[in-house]
Structure formats: C-alpha cells, structure tokens
Design a protein around this ligand. Structure first.
Ligand SMILES: *Cc1c(COP(=O)(O)O)cnc(C)c1O
Length: 262
C-alpha cells in the first residue's frame, strides 16, 4: 500500500532510471536509429496516488496490463484533473471481451499487444465505432522466445499481421514491435537473443513492406534489462518495480492469474 514517504522514493527512482536511460542511449551503435527512448512507467497493482506522484516528477507515459485496472486508473477523477498530459500504454494480453472497455480508456496512447489478425480487426472495428478522428497507435507483440506460456504471435506471422494492419485496419496506426522475452537472460552469455530477434523482425518488416527503419519502434526491456535493451536499440522501455517498488499480489484477479506472474 501507498505510504507517506514513498513520494520521495518515486522521484529519486525516476531520476536514476532517466539517467540510466540516457547513458544507455549514448552507448548505442551508430547504425541504430537515434531515437530518444520513451520511458513507460508500469504502474500495475499500484495506487493512483503513486501515478500522480510520478507525474508530478515529470513522468508522462504509464503502462498497465489489466484492462479493468487501466480503465479505473485512467478514469480516476484526480488523475483526470491533475494529470492532463498523461498517456497510457496497454501492455497486457488483450481478451476480445475487453476490447470495448479498453477503447473507452481516456488518454489511451499505444496498445502494445496486438497478436492476431482477428484481434486487430476487432480493435479496429471498435475504435472506428467510437468515431475518434485520430487513429489508435498499435504495436505487434511477438513471442520471440517461442515459449508456449507467452502471448504474442509466432515470428513467421509478423510481416503478414503488420501488412494486414496497414492495409485493412484504417482505424489503426502501426507504430512498432513489442516483446516480453524470456526472463533471467545472463548477459555474460552475450546479447539477449529475444531482443536480437525483435531487431531482425523489424528488418524483415521494413524490407518486405518498404518502411524506413526509424518508423518502426521496438518495445523491449523491463526493470532487469532496460539498459541492455536500449543499448541494442529499444525505443520504448517498460519499467515497473524499479520505479514503484516491488509488487505484492495478494490474490490474482480471476482469469488473469498467469498474467499476474509476469
Ligand atoms: C509488469 C510488466 C513490466 C514491468 O516489469 P518490471 O520488472 O516491474 O519492470 C513490463 N512489461 C510488461 C509486459 C509487464 O507485464
């Protein structure tokens, strides 16, 4: 639970994470697009007060992976009134019955987890029905580690899904590729193969669809590996516990138990 005194910790943690982000970006190979990495503060399980505290320390991008929790936080009256520039990223597995709820989230910025043609079509229809003049930014989530327990589409389907979104989903704007990757990679063994695979996937998408490399973002890297991810080309890191402290799961939400373990 949130306690007085944590405010200062969030501010300090943000300063430290931002510094690390800048240093890691400076270590990037010159061949990579010089895109300023976006820091997404992952606030899942954390109260609205902590989101506002981070916002007061200059943080603008926040990530959540449960639709209901995102909707509640993004609609919170205090957040709406005191965080006018907040931008929400949805980074969890999206179930079809939750699409309309997600589309209703105020200040939704990027849906990072499109992983099938069916899901893309349904999100597109829902977004168009809402009648927004702007397109909804989406990323395609790739299961780079090919683990069955991980969501995301298989790497052989990436180009087709991106093509489908660009050609058949006028309500959506394809902005990048996302991966969670396997946990606990030992950097002493070399670069994280999940991140390397996502880079390869971007090359393939850009080559086959005629897109410039710097028009396709890479969302990869979390608390344990965001610096490495940026060094190898991540443009969007999702950092939770390093900013907000460890998460305590008392009781996983129904049907979302597997997601709660991430
Ligand atoms: C929870 C979560 C994160 C943040 O994890 P930390 O290890 O706390 O930084 C990043 N990405 C996804 C998809 C998550 O579910």
């Amino acid at each position: 639970m949130w306690k007085a005194g944590m405010a200062q910790d969030i501010g300090k943690a943000l300063i430290s994470v931002r510094e690390k982000v800048q240093h890691a970006a400076a270590r990037r190979a010159k061949s990579l697009p010089a895109v300023q990495p976006r820091l997404v503060a992952v606030s899942k399980t954390k109260p609205a007060e902590m989101v506002m505290e981070a916002y007061n320390h200059g943080q603008r991008y926040f990530g959540e992976n449960y639709v209901q929790e995102l909707l509640e936080k993004a609609s919170n009256a205090n957040i709406i009134s005191s965080c006018p520039e907040i931008k929400w990223h949805f980074i969890g597995h999206l179930q079809k019955h939750n699409i309309n709820k997600l589309v209703a989230v105020p200040n939704l910025h990027i849906l990072e987890t499109i992983d099938s043609v069916k899901l893309a079509d349904k999100v597109n229809a829902s977004w168009q029905k809402k009648g927004s003049i702007e397109k909804l930014k989406v990323m395609v989530q790739v299961n780079t580690s090919s683990e069955e327990s991980k969501h995301g589409l298989s790497k052989s389907d990436t180009v087709d899904l991106v093509k489908h979104i660009r050609e058949k989903c006028p309500g959506l704007e394809f902005v990048g590729l996302m991966t969670i990757g396997s946990f606990g990679h030992d950097l002493a063994q070399g670069p994280n193969p999940d991140f390397q695979l996502l880079l390869k996937q971007r090359e393939e998408v850009c080559e086959k669809l005629g897109l410039p490399i710097d028009a396709v973002e890479l969302s990869m890297g979390m608390s344990s590996d965001f610096e490495h991810a940026i060094e190898v080309g991540s443009t969007n890191v999702r950092v939770g516990s390093t900013i907000f402290g460890d998460r305590v799961y008392s009781k996983p939400a129904k049907g979302e138990a597997s997601a709660a373990s991430t």
